[in-house]
Design a protein around this ligand. Structure first.
Ligand SMILES: [Zn+2]
Ligand SMILES: [Zn+2]
Length: 208
């Protein structure tokens, strides 16, 4: 049975937080951007047993609710090694971009392409997609891909930030995203869902 996906927009950057769960209500939280109370409310309302927090990358608009959730529930947090320092420095990062990030979450594990993860009936694979940040990943679960700020419907992530590289981003999109099956649904870090096929045909920034 495919996973069920809940989406809630969080914080002043309208960052998409996704909660993915299986038929037994075992799930994970992807990018808890902000509004820990709202995420907690959803988890309780759907009776979910959350096993982990997975981050697509280390920008603080994607993780400000992680520390308060960990304080209450001790969820283990996973991020790519190359963005771990960014996560640890998220309070400073927030100050620079005008977001009030009270506390950095605890990084418990590194996400790697070579190490798929299973939680309950959910299997996840990770594609390292540097460019927007050095340690950005696309998180794959069946026919769904959670792509953070690598690609959006009709757009791509910023590359004018410290640690960004436009060339690396375009390479990541061509080599890792556009090579997925056309039918894969892309769930970006901001804005509406799209598909691999739609972006290959319509994305004005990166052509396959
Ligand atoms: Zn970002
Ligand atoms: Zn973002």
């Amino acid at each position: 049975m495919p996973a069920t996906i809940l989406r809630t927009e969080t914080g002043s950057y309208c960052t998409n937080c996704y909660i993915v769960y299986d038929k037994n209500n075992v799930g994970v939280i992807i990018d808890p951007g902000d509004e820990a109370e709202e995420i907690e409310r959803l988890v309780k309302a759907y009776g979910l047993d959350i096993k982990a927090i997975l981050l697509t990358h280390g920008h603080c608009d994607h993780l400000m609710a992680a520390a308060p959730l960990q304080e209450k529930y001790a969820y283990p947090l996973y991020v790519h090694r190359d963005d771990a320092k960014m996560v640890e420095e998220c309070v400073l990062q927030g100050r620079i971009i005008g977001l009030r990030c009270a506390k950095a979450p605890r990084v418990d594990h590194y996400l790697q392409e070579s190490e798929p993860l299973t939680f309950g009936g959910l299997s996840f694979r990770f594609l390292h997609t540097p460019g927007h940040t050095p340690g950005g990943v696309v998180i794959l679960c069946g026919n769904d891909a959670f792509c953070g700020d690598t690609i959006f419907r009709g757009s791509v992530g910023r590359t004018d930030l410290p640690g960004s590289s436009q060339r690396a981003l375009f390479d990541s999109i061509c080599a890792k995203v556009y090579t997925l099956p056309d039918s894969v649904v892309l769930h970006p870090g901001h804005g509406p869902d799209t598909t691999v096929q739609y972006e290959k045909r319509n994305n004005p920034f990166v052509r396959p």
